[in-house]
Design a protein around this ligand. Structure first.
Ligand code: NAP
Length: 255
């Protein structure tokens, strides 16, 4: 039974919000930020998971669906204050060619990756600014930089995340808010299982014979970017496994 005691940050403790913190990169990032001294607020649809992880970290786990305005508003209202927003909720669905696009999948990818990020920024901007030293870190992807066969819908969504991140950086110039985009390559998480709609064999094949990034590796980059002095804005990080030199160029060892 998770400990449901409501928690609040210590008076001088910085607060970090991590979306999609129920698994993978988001969970590892929440753990890394808690280790670095942040009070962490974790959001995801699988509320029992974020509550359990938050209880572990002395933070707060809340229900959050970034595709739903009301859910975002309720989540934001429960955030005590915010110095750091990590927009991590996201993912891919399918590998359709453009001419055979499943528009429901494309719509989901745009909604969760792009509009979800926008909804969270819009909802938390006042409290980020009020912190006097705010930061937005958006988790993009190598797919934000490099089109690849089978990537179209996800490429389009993550390119849009990259575009809005760079525009936000311009818009916030002169305000005490930093903006960063972290673009990982292949990371071993549930990402591929989600993309292939539960087909474990297809998901496993993505990582076969490869030593991919782990969620903690991306979390390290988030924590590093977040903890630079306030004058330093880490604009963009592209990080790939040693076994991956670009989106679809991967070194595989024999099984
Ligand atoms: N793994 C990779 O190779 C890779 C590479 C580059 C970039 N990325 C990006 O990294 C981010 C994290 O993915 P991951 O690899 O850690 O995969 P993951 O383990 O599947 O995590 C995805 C997270 O997003 C959350 N999420 C999905 N829809 C949501 C919604 N509507 N509202 C709130 N949360 C939602 C999920 O939580 P719930 O299901 O509980 O809501 C989950 O916590 C994504 O933006 C992904 O595009 C991944």
């Amino acid at each position: 039974m998770p400990d449901r005691t409501p928690r609040t940050p210590a008076p001088d403790q910085p607060v970090a919000v991590v979306t999609g913190a129920s698994s993978g990169i988001g969970e590892a990032t929440a753990r890394g930020l808690a280790d670095a001294g942040y009070f962490v607020v974790l959001g995801a649809r699988r509320v029992e998971l974020v509550e359990r992880i938050a209880a572990d970290l002395g933070g707060l786990g809340l229900a959050l669906d970034v595709t739903d305005e009301e859910s975002v508003a309720a989540f934001a209202a429960a955030v005590p204050r915010c110095h750091l927003l990590v927009n991590n909720a996201g993912g891919a669905l399918g590998t359709d060619a453009v001419a055979e696009a499943n528009l429901d999948d494309w719509q989901w990818m745009y909604d969760v990756n792009v509009l979800g990020t926008v909804r969270m920024i819009r909802a938390l901007m006042p409290t980020l600014e009020a912190s006097g030293d705010g930061q937005v870190i958006n988790i993009g992807s190598v797919a934000a930089r490099e089109p690849y066969r089978g990537g179209a819908g996800y490429n389009a969504a993550k390119h849009a995340v990259a575009a809005l991140t760079r525009v936000l950086r311009i818009e916030l110039l002169g305000k005490p808010i930093r903006v960063c985009e972290i673009d990982p390559g292949m990371v071993q998480t549930d990402f591929s299982l989600v993309r292939f709609k539960g087909d474990q064999a297809k998901a496993d094949a993505v990582y076969a014979g490869v030593d991919p990034l782990r969620p903690e590796d991306v979390a390290d980059a988030v924590v590093w970017a977040a903890t630079r002095p306030a004058r330093v804005n880490i604009d963009q990080i592209l990080m790939l496994a040693r076994d991956q030199s670009s989106a679809q160029v991967v070194h595989r060892r024999d099984a």
